[in-house]
Design a protein around this ligand. Structure first.
Ligand SMILES: NC(=O)c1ccc[n+]([C@@H]2O[C@H](COP(=O)([O-])OP(=O)(O)OC[C@H]3O[C@@H](n4cnc5c(N)ncnc54)[C@H](OP(=O)(O)O)[C@@H]3O)[C@@H](O)[C@H]2O)c1
Length: 261
């Protein structure tokens, strides 16, 4: 398939894990792709990984999406080099790991997570709409990465779960306001995704996680990239405000198999 030939795409957090697969998907389907990590080092590392995977032509620029001046600078580059943007993928996330439980966590950490996941996602979307989509006859499409933890919480991740819930609400609110203007906004809500963090997991824990999944496997980055590409393509032309769960069936079960019996 070559669904994105001639399209210009921005993937935030495209330098690591799932983001790399999303970038690759759009490149393989003909798009010009921009990606950012939060720092110069992490962005450069991502660019190297993509090159080593044979994913050529990706334009990378570091951008901490919680800092509006860095967002503006990234869009300046897109404007200068491509003069347009067709698809925005809000993939970057602060995972909010290691905060401890809600009674002891530092409230400043809560701000950090929201500043990236919610405020960051919003300001990148607003900039994409004002700088490009509203000036283009063909408008544009936004895809957010949410999480199934927006609907079913996981322990000691209060800020992250809350931020993903906020993203779901924001997707619906943005979709409602932007639909009459011709801009679609949807989300993919993954469950477990295989990332570099699985490489250091105790194998027994990885097996237990897989047992939590009715399909008995976590998603690969490419599974998530396929859903993102569907939501970014004309195949979903009549969809907006939707959140598609991609979690190996986790959300349809009441309890994992070994708890049920
Ligand atoms: N992994 C899972 O099991 C899972 C499950 C459900 C949902 N999700 C969602 O799916 C998406 C991808 O997940 P993932 O696990 O692949 O992500 P990840 O490994 O945690 O990577 C996060 C990405 O976001 C970037 N990022 C973090 N803070 C940023 C900032 N301030 N400005 C710009 N970029 C920033 C990181 O860049 P640096 O490299 O510079 O830090 C990195 O590229 C996320 O939205 C995540 O919440 C993941």
């Amino acid at each position: 398939m070559n669904r994105f030939k001639g399209k210009v795409v921005l993937v935030t957090g495209g330098n690591r894990n799932t983001g790399l697969y999303i970038v690759e998907k759009f490149v393989r389907e003909g798009a010009t792709v921009y990606m950012c990590g939060s720092s110069a080092d992490s962005t450069a590392k991502g660019a190297e990984i993509l090159k080593a995977r044979g994913v050529d032509g990706v334009i990378s620029q570091p951008c901490d999406i919680s800092d509006l001046s860095q967002v503006t600078a990234l869009f300046d580059t897109i404007e200068k080099r491509s003069g347009r943007l067709d698809i925005l993928v809000n993939n970057a996330a602060n995972q909010g790991l290691g905060h401890g439980g809600p009674l002891e966590m530092d409230p400043a950490k809560f701000h950090e997570v929201f500043n990236v996941n919610v405020i960051g996602g919003f300001q990148v979307t607003q900039t994409a709409c004002n700088r490009f989509f509203m000036k283009q006859e063909s408008r544009g499409v936004v895809v957010f990465l949410s999480s199934n933890t927006a609907m079913r919480a996981i322990r000691n991740r209060t800020a992250y779960c809350a931020s993903k819930g906020a993203i779901n609400s924001m997707v619906r609110a943005l979709a409602l306001d932007l639909a009459p203007l011709g801009i679609r906004v949807n989300a993919c809500a993954p469950g477990y995704i295989y990332t570099e963090r699985w490489d250091v997991l105790d194998p027994a824990k990885a097996a237990r996680r897989r047992l939590n999944c009715p399909l008995r496997k976590e998603a690969q980055g490419s599974d998530i990239a396929n859903v993102v590409a569907f939501l970014a393509s004309d195949d979903s032309a009549n969809m907006t405000g939707e959140i598609i769960t991609c979690d190996a069936g986790c959300s349809c079960q009441h309890m994992p198999e070994d708890v049920d019996v």
